[in-house]
Design a protein around this ligand. Structure first.
Ligand code: FES
Length: 137
């Protein structure tokens, strides 16, 4: 059984949002069920770059190196950082529990935690035709 791990994603507000994931998922897999702002237009085929994330420098060295194909896609993006990666290529492992990434341009929908620290986000995918759930305060 896959181990549960968590990561933190920061959007335009700079606040870390905690997400729980199963070991073995990619960041793009995670974004399919929860809003971490990755579009993933090519579904991980290394053709679009819409899954761009910037890995916190404290974590960058813990990820396996990017492949030549990933680097080629990153080279085509207008703005990248030294620790930029493609979310479709970042596979979550037990070694990455607590990983922190920035998602350029992401505007999170979230509920602040009671202690003002890490916030828990709500899934974006909601059944069609139903009103959005109330956000707890
Ligand atoms: S989803 Fe297209 S390159 Fe990652």
């Amino acid at each position: 059984m896959a181990e549960k791990i968590h990561i933190h994603a920061r959007g335009a507000d700079g606040v870390p949002h905690r997400f729980d994931a199963a070991e073995g998922m990619t960041l793009l897999d995670l974004s399919r069920t929860q809003d971490i702002g990755l579009q993933g237009k090519c579904c991980g085929a290394l053709r679009c770059g819409t899954c761009h994330v910037v890995v916190d420098p404290a974590w960058a060295g813990r990820l396996p190196p990017a492949s030549e194909e990933e680097l080629d896609v990153l080279d085509c993006l207008p703005v990248v950082a030294a620790t930029s990666r493609l979310g479709c290529q970042v596979r979550l492992t037990a070694q990455l529990v607590g990983l922190v990434v920035d998602v350029p341009g992401w505007k999170p929908k979230h509920a602040e935690s009671a202690d003002g620290g890490v916030v828990i986000t709500t899934p974006v995918a909601e059944p069609a035709g139903l009103p959005a759930p109330a956000v707890p305060v």
